[in-house]
Design a protein around this ligand. Structure first.
Ligand code: NVA
Length: 318
């Protein structure tokens, strides 16, 4: 009998215990001795959009654990010539042990997961970026302790990162104040999910209000990969820039994060992103450990690999 693989598609599709387990796993591997528990295992990485951090951190993460990674570009694989995602999923499942995909339409991610016989990991779609959130939560907690009950401010576009922040607020128990122009707001399904789950969040058009008393201030590029309307976005998002005045409204020990790539002088001033509150380089490094947690977790929870990772799971008692 075959069991369906467990995927890492989005934070809100997993329960709070499981997402915490992924973080614990990433941290345990980060802080533990070198190990090669994924020896002989291969991850396929499909990139239909550009990547620096996700690509390198997934590949290095696999190699650090003794495995390997194979990269497929959207244009230079048969996907770019019209082979279906379903057929690609069926074929890759015969070669590799897990598949990561970065793509535009989240429906492709869902189709991949539906037809793959191995775990699928979301490496970003237009709708969400869950792996980055795992890195962000790890980074915050390494600096300041548990994020539960803290206030996080999001200033900017209601994009894939903002959606994953709402999902994470629900699963990790922090309060999220989002400031964004109504024209670039979050999609109705994200808001409906958050309301139905009782997530502690608010949406306004005031970046000052969002940043007031915040423990963590976050922003992202004004023009995400695939966005065509750059001029309009610049005009709409200018009032949401994170700068010294905004950081001064946050708590004295507030941190600043950005998933990168950043545009100094646009969504964030150079004084903030290169200043003392910023933990962007640790956050970027944490992609590696978060990714290791995510693909490690996919192997852990998928029966055939459980024994390989068993010793990494921290003992939580009975
Ligand atoms: N919102 C950005 C995130 C990049 C990691 C984008 O989708 O381009």
């Amino acid at each position: 009998m075959t069991t369906s693989p467990k995927h890492f598609l989005d934070i809100h599709k997993l329960d709070a215990k499981t997402v915490r387990e992924i973080l614990d796993l990433g941290l345990a591997i980060k802080n533990g001795p070198p190990d090669k528990r994924l020896e002989g295992k291969t991850l396929a990485m499909i990139f239909e959009k550009p990547s620096t951090r996700t690509r390198v951190s997934f590949e290095v993460g696999m190699k650090q654990l003794g495995g390997d990674a194979v990269m497929l570009g959207g244009k230079d694989s048969q996907l770019g010539r019209g082979e279906t995602v379903a057929d690609t999923a069926r074929v890759l499942s015969r070669y590799v042990d897990a598949i990561m995909i970065r793509t535009d339409d989240p429906k492709k991610l869902i189709e991949l997961a539906e037809y793959a016989e191995v775990p699928v990991i979301n490496g970003l779609t237009d709708s969400s970026h869950p792996c980055q959130l795992m890195a962000d939560i790890m980074t915050y907690e390494e600096h300041r302790g548990p994020i539960a009950g803290k206030k996080v401010a999001w200033c900017g576009d209601g994009n894939n990162m903002a959606a994953s922040f709402i999902h994470a607020a629900g699963r990790f128990g922090f309060s999220l104040s989002l400031a964004m122009p109504s024209e670039l707001g979050l999609s109705a399904d994200v808001l409906e999910w958050a309301e139905s789950e009782g997530v502690d969040f608010s949406v306004s058009e005031s970046a000052d209000e969002a940043c007031s008393d915040a423990d963590l201030v976050v922003t992202d590029t004004w023009v995400s990969m695939g966005d065509a309307d750059a001029d309009k976005r610049h005009k709409l998002l200018q009032p949401f820039q994170v700068n010294d005045a905004r950081m001064a409204l946050a708590k004295n020990d507030a941190l600043f994060m950005h998933c990168l790539p950043a545009h100094r002088g646009e969504e964030v001033s150079a004084s903030v992103i290169d200043g003392p509150s910023s933990v962007i380089w640790e956050e970027a490094e944490q992609n590696l450990h978060g990714q290791v947690g995510s693909h490690g977790w996919c192997f852990v929870l998928n029966e055939q690999f459980q024994q390989r990772f068993f010793n990494y799971l921290p003992d939580r008692g009975a």
